[in-house]
Design a binder for this molecule. Sequence first.
Ligand code: NDP
Length: 296
Amino acid sequence: MSADIIDGKAHAATIRDKVGAQVARLTAQHAITPGLAVVLVGEDPASQVYVRAKGRHTVEAGMASFEHRLAADTSEADLLALIERLNADPQVHGILVQLPLPGHLNADLVINAIDPAKDVDGFHISNVGLLCTGQKCLVPCTPLGCLMLLRDHLGSLGGLDAVVLGRSNIVGKPMAQLLLRENCTVTIAHSRTRDLADVVRRADIVVAAVGRPAMVPGDWIKPGATVIDVGINRIERDGRTVLVGDVDFASARAVAGAITPVPGGVGPMTIACLLANTLTACCRAHGLPEPEGLTA
Ligand code: NDP
């Protein structure tokens, strides 16, 4: 058996097209252009790549992109003052502070200073609480992208056993909440979980968000299961740097029913969902109907 490959790149392109079409309609019918502000503090090379990609896709979708690049030694007061200005700016519907922040800045304080209605990363404590209590919110982009892939591939997720590997605030925990909302029976595994292989073997859905290259081998996967690999790990192979996931793709593919590749799986969905969240935030801010099929 060889698993279906879930093509995140193609799904993401479809979402970006849908967002672009709705943005064009908003602009034509209501003279509104959704705007996304991205704040980058310091010069972390990976963050610079992500911020550039976010800006490019934002503009391609017809939205306004506002980039704020601040020096690594920017004070917390100055960063908070910028967030205040963005909160008050009617042209800005989404605010994203690129993580990780330099060590002298308190990330929780900074994220919680963002207006929850503009918190397109879905990390503000209000959005976390709303998600946990099943209320309307802005959902973190990576778990939202995983959910869209799962729904598209499986249809209803109700009653399925799901295991989420990893309990971070940005992926594991919100992913588990979304799966619970879809009526899955959810297990969250982490570094202290005992008999991890057995836990994973029971799952119809496996979402791996650990950050360890190929740590989930094929013989942990239940035959026919759907595997969503969130991991992005850089390793050296044959003298060059390549990206691999948290799942051993070759062996898992032989057992699973469907699997996302790395790269080309969850990664492209994350930015597409950021655009979707910005559009959603803009529609809500203007009291307009929300875009269909682009929220959780
Ligand atoms: P974190 O480091 O914040 O969390 C990792 C989690 O994995 C922790 O909960 C940790 O457990 C758990 N873990 C670590 N080792 C093991 C182990 N041996 N067995 C079981 N669980 C373990 O990572 P993130 O959630 O931020 O990211 C996870 C991965 O996803 C990374 O590779 C990251 O690059 C990628 N990522 C990809 C995105 C995308 O767009 N595709 C977006 C965001 C992240 P404990 O809590 O006990 O320490």
